[in-house]
Design a protein around this ligand. Structure first.
Ligand code: FE
Length: 221
């Protein structure tokens, strides 16, 4: 098995949002696909660990924001690396609302869909939602953001972050050479997840943002 093969599949990036009562919430997904034209159905999978997943099951309605190439990393962090359980992800985010009253992004978003969930399939770690599109529109002429383009242009370069971290530590230690310090963990420079332990397994993937070990920095004593 060569896991690299999966990187050759192309994906877009989206915010799927739900609303229950007054609570609005959403998360980043890369799994949206049109499956039929009449009726107009989309297949969308969402990880069961996401709070949005439970809200979708409850509300049976969803909006989809198609992220565009002008999406900032802040938007990815806001909707991808935080939990809507403790945090209002839509605070200070420019949005408009669909006919069903669901929020969609108006910045860094090139199109949106307002959907009714018609069927749900339990597929283990995720649920597969079949969604019928009730309404949609195009917001801008910008190209949609692909997952590959996100890795190339949107996520911050770990090299840049590591350089600024090492410049900071040089300043702190002045001209004295720092003693070898014991490694006590590794921090994901993309989302801040901390792995406890001296050695990071070579195939380790960040459980929060799904980035690999090249995006981790050492934490020393
Ligand atoms: Fe991460």
């Amino acid at each position: 098995m060569n896991r690299e093969a999966l990187f050759k599949l192309s994906y877009g990036l989206y915010v799927v949002a739900a609303k229950t009562g007054e609570k609005e919430n959403g998360c980043i997904i890369n799994t949206v696909m049109q499956v039929t034209d009449e009726p107009l159905l989309l297949a969308v999978t969402v990880n069961k660990l996401n709070y949005t997943h439970d809200m979708l099951l409850q509300s049976r309605t969803a909006s989809l924001s198609v992220l565009s190439v002008s999406t900032t990393f802040d938007t990815i962090k806001q909707f991808g690396f935080k939990s809507g359980k403790e945090y209002d992800k839509f605070v200070d985010v420019p949005v408009s609302h669909t006919g069903q009253g669901l929020p969609y992004l108006t910045k860094g978003c090139c199109a949106w869909f307002d959907c009714k969930i018609t069927q749900v399939f339990d597929i283990g770690t995720h649920s597969l939602f079949l969604m019928e599109v009730l309404e949609d529109d195009v917001l801008s002429t910008e190209e949609p953001l692909t997952y590959a383009e996100y890795h190339k242009s949107v996520k911050p370069s770990p090299d840049k972050i590591l350089k600024s971290v090492s410049a900071e530590s040089r300043q702190q230690t002045g001209n004295h050479s720092a003693k070898e310090k014991k490694i006590i963990g590794w921090r994901c420079v993309i989302c801040g997840y901390v792995y406890d332990g001296e050695e990071l397994p070579p195939d380790f993937v960040c459980p929060w943002c799904k980035h690999g070990i090249s995006d981790f920095e050492k934490i020393t004593e």
